[in-house]
Structures are given as structure tokens and as C-alpha cells.
Write a protein that binds this ligand. Structure first.
Ligand SMILES: NC(=O)c1ccc[n+]([C@@H]2O[C@H](COP(=O)([O-])OP(=O)(O)OC[C@H]3O[C@@H](n4cnc5c(N)ncnc54)[C@H](O)[C@@H]3O)[C@@H](O)[C@H]2O)c1
Ligand SMILES: OC[C@H](O)C(O)[C@@H](O)CO
Ligand SMILES: [Zn+2]
Ligand SMILES: [Zn+2]
Length: 382
């Protein structure tokens, strides 16, 4: 690969005053250009595609997610990324300029019990790109290292980079939300022939739909308050049933909604076997619980308020298996195989808008503005 002309390193920041802006990022152009300034084992990645996640919008708009993830300083966003190797320290032999990789944004400690038992998403000392105070991936360059994790220099360990194997950069960036859905399906124990209810047709509900179809769930119904998202779901997976959750009106209690959903779409068995909740909204979780069969599973991926009122007795008398998810573990290799094989369908359909790094503000406004009808907004550099 011919040595590309490198540009100054910039990143997309938010701060405690809820500003969104482009600013200088680490490492500097001078550090990147001089291979001597790279440390042993390091390579530099030029980011090629980064998807904007709802949590990026949350950190920008509200400055926090829950009580512990709080923007207290200038903070780089982004954790759905892929890129290309542009510089390599002479000590590195397994990567060369031109190699294309996707980044898993988790940096676990590898020492605590969750790490040692394979559930490193529960790491007690985790660093997760874009969750404050760990700077995210939405910048032009990031150093990757085989031998150390130097957080002061914002180096990401090579262990958490996966070769793209022919996938496009955008598909590489989509591996992150796909990993969320795959982890959910794995822990919800969704099986071939299970009937499924997906609550919420945002990017997470939609990738869950693609993964659940591949896993053999049938029938599948997806809900949303927004008709345009349901129309998109139908375009993505024509066999899916869609159900619009009305805002207000006499029949909008979770019990009534659950009954309408079940009467419309689960008439054979009466109820879905599994519900995967992808909104984090209390009334939607309640609808999933009321729709559930005896011994059914309600699996909550959505996140929301610190305390949420739940239909406790409905869970109790139906022995509902109520489960939750926190990010993912061990999903990238599986996600790459699934996208590459075509089993998930055309995941690129999820990308509704593309912007350059310099247009990041417009990109973030597009995600926030529901009239834009965006699904997955990408910052690309291809
Ligand atoms: N657990 C995890 O590790 C994890 C990882 C990624 C995302 N998430 C969370 O998953 C959720 C979904 O993410 P997303 O990117 O798709 O978000 P999103 O906001 O784009 O999508 C949520 C969808 O839910 C719909 N909705 C709102 N109220 C509803 C209701 N009452 N019934 C049905 N639908 C309703 C919205 O119209 C929207 O289309 C968010 O809460 C996000 O923070 C969790
Ligand atoms: O995709 C991963 C999620 O966005 C993160 O867990 C975030 O919600 C909190 O760090
Ligand atoms: Zn995310
Ligand atoms: Zn750990």
C-alpha cells in the first residue's frame, strides 16, 4: 500500500455543557508520522466508518447514562468502528499497512472473576470506548498495540481488533450493534421455531430482527410507536408482523396492548415464547411481560431510568424468565462469520445516512431529529 498522506488527528467531542465539536485528538500528526514516536508493538489505524449509537446522543444531550457514566470533561464519542492500518512500528510483523479491522470497544482487565469466567462485559475494571472517562473512537486515527494498553496515550489493544475478511468498513462498524443482538439472542436462548416479540424497531430492534430471523424464530412481531420505523422493518424483513403502539387512547394500557398483539399475531399458541425488549421504556417492558406465556422469557436489552415500575405479579404467576443484558462478550468472530455468510441478510440496508468526520455535528443532529427518519447514521471516510 502506498503511504497515505496523513492529516491532523481530530475527534468528535462533547463536554459537560452539552456542546458537540471537532477538536484536536491524540495521538498528534507528528507522533503518528514518526515511527520512532510509536512504541514497540504499536500500529496506527485510520478510522474509516463509525456508526452513531443512541448512547453517544445520550452523553451529548444529557451528559450521562445512569448514575455512574457521567461526562465530566471534554470527551470523545463513538464505539462502533472499523479502519485501516496506516503506520506500523518496526517491531510489528503480523499487521501491515493496508490491513482492515473492526474494533471491539471493550478493554477488560483480564484478572477479575467475570473476565476469568468468560463474561468480560461484567469486568470490574473495564474500559469501554466512549463511556466516560474513556475516550471513544470517533476520530481520524487511533493507536493499537499488541503489547500494552497505554490509556494515557489512548492505545487500544490489538487483541480487540478483528480482521474484516472482505467485509466493508460499514459492515465492520455494524458488528457492534450486531454483537449486542447476538449476545441477547444467545442469553435469551432463542431457539429454532420459537415465536418472538421484539419491542422497539430502532437499530437494536432491527439488528435483533435480522439475527432472530437467522436463528429460526417464527413468527416474529416487532412493535414501535413510529410508523416509519415499522415500514422500514417490513422492508428489511418482509415476513415480520408489525404492530404500532398508539400514543394515548383507551386501549393503550400494557395489558390491552399485549392482548391485541397476541390476538393479532400469536393465535396458534396464544403468546410469544420469547420477547426481546429493545426500548428500555417501562410501558414497553410491561407490555412484553403481559404478552409472555407461562414460563416465557422476557429479555431486556433496552436501558432506561434508574428505577422502573414492573408488573411484578404478572412475572410471578407466569414464572416469566426476566433477564437483562449489559453489552456483550465473545461476539465479534461470530458476527463476522454471520455477516460474511449472508445469513443475516443485507445489513448495509440499516445505514440510512452518511457524513464525513467534519460533518459530525450534522450527523448527530440527524440522529436526534426523528423527522429525518434515520436508522443508522455513519461517519465515513471511504
Ligand atoms: N444493554 C445493552 O448493552 C445495550 C446496548 C446497546 C443499546 N442498548 C439500548 O437499547 C435500546 C435501543 O437502542 P436503539 O439504538 O435501537 O435506540 P432507538 O432509540 O433508536 O430505538 C428505540 C425505538 O423504540 C421505539 N419506542 C419508544 N417507545 C416505545 C414503546 N412504548 N413501544 C415500542 N417502541 C417504542 C422508538 O420509537 C425507537 O424506534 C436503547 O435503550 C439503548 O440504549 C442497550
Ligand atoms: O453498544 C453499547 C452501549 O451503547 C453501551 O453499553 C452504552 O449504552 C453504555 O456504555
Ligand atoms: Zn452502543
Ligand atoms: Zn476484568
Amino acid at each position: 500500500m502506498a503511504t497515505p498522506t496523513l492529516k491532523p488527528n481530530v475527534g468528535v467531542y462533547t463536554n459537560p455543557s452539552h456542546k458537540l465539536y471537532i477538536g484536536e485528538a491524540s495521538p498528534s500528526l507528528q507522533e503518528i508520522e514518526s515511527e520512532q514516536l510509536l512504541q514497540s508493538g504499536e500500529v496506527v489505524l485510520e478510522m474509516k466508518a463509525t456508526g452513531i449509537c443512541g448512547s453517544d446522543i445520550h452523553f451529548w444531550e444529557h451528559g450521562r447514562i445512569g448514575p455512574t457514566m457521567v461526562v465530566e470533561d471534554e470527551h470523545i464519542l463513538g464505539h462502533e468502528s472499523s479502519g485501516i492500518v496506516v503506520k506500523v512500528h518496526p517491531s510489528v510483523s503480523h499487521l501491515k499497512p493496508g490491513d482492515r479491522v473492526a474494533i471491539e470497544p471493550t478493554i477488560p482487565c483480564a484478572k477479575c472473576v467475570p473476565c476469568l469466567t468468560g463474561r468480560y462485559n461484567g469486568c470490574e475494571d473495564v474500559l469501554f470506548r466512549s463511556t466516560p472517562p474513556v475516550p471513544g473512537l470517533l476520530r481520524r486515527y487511533i493507536p493499537i498495540s499488541l503489547v500494552n494498553t497505554n490509556e494515557a496515550r489512548q492505545v487500544h489493544p490489538a487483541q480487540w481488533c478483528f480482521k474484516l475478511e472482505g467485509l466493508s468498513y460499514e459492515e465492520g462498524a455494524l458488528l457492534e450493534p450486531i454483537s449486542v443482538a447476538l449476545a441477547g439472542i444467545e442469553r435469551a436462548q432463542l431457539r429454532l421455531g420459537d415465536s418472538l416479540l421484539i419491542c422497539g424497531a430502532g437499530p437494536i430492534g432491527l439488528v435483533t430482527l435480522l439475527c432472530a430471523r437467522a436463528a429460526g424464530a417464527t413468527p416474529i412481531t416487532i412493535t414501535d410507536i413510529d410508523t416509519s420505523r415499522l415500514e422500514f422493518a417490513k422492508k428489511l424483513v418482509p415476513s415480520v408482523n408489525t404492530f404500532q403502539i398508539p400514543l394515548g387512547g383507551p386501549d393503550t394500557t400494557p395489558q390491552n396492548l399485549a392482548k391485541s398483539i397476541n390476538d393479532s399475531f400469536y393465535s396458534t399458541a396464544g403468546h410469544p415464547d420469547v420477547a426481546i425488549e429493545c426500548t428500555g421504556i417501562a410501558s414497553s417492558i410491561a407490555t412484553a411481560v403481559y404478552a409472555s406465556r407461562f414460563g416465557g422469557t422476557v429479555f431486556v436489552i433496552g436501558v432506561g431510568k434508574d428505577v422502573v415500575e414492573m408488573p411484578f405479579m404478572a412475572c410471578s404467576v407466569k414464572e416469566v424468565d426476566l433477564k437483562f443484558q449489559y453489552r456483550y462478550a465473545n461476539q465479534w468472530p461470530k458476527a463476522i462469520k454471520l455477516v460474511k455468510s449472508g445469513l443475516l441478510g443485507d445489513v448495509k440496508m440499516l445505514v440510512s445516512h452518511r457524513f464525513t468526520l467534519e460533518e459530525a455535528e450534522k450527523a448527530f443532529e440527524t440522529v436526534k431529529d426523528r423527522t429525518s427518519k434515520s436508522i443508522k447514521v455513519m461517519i465515513t471516510n471511504e
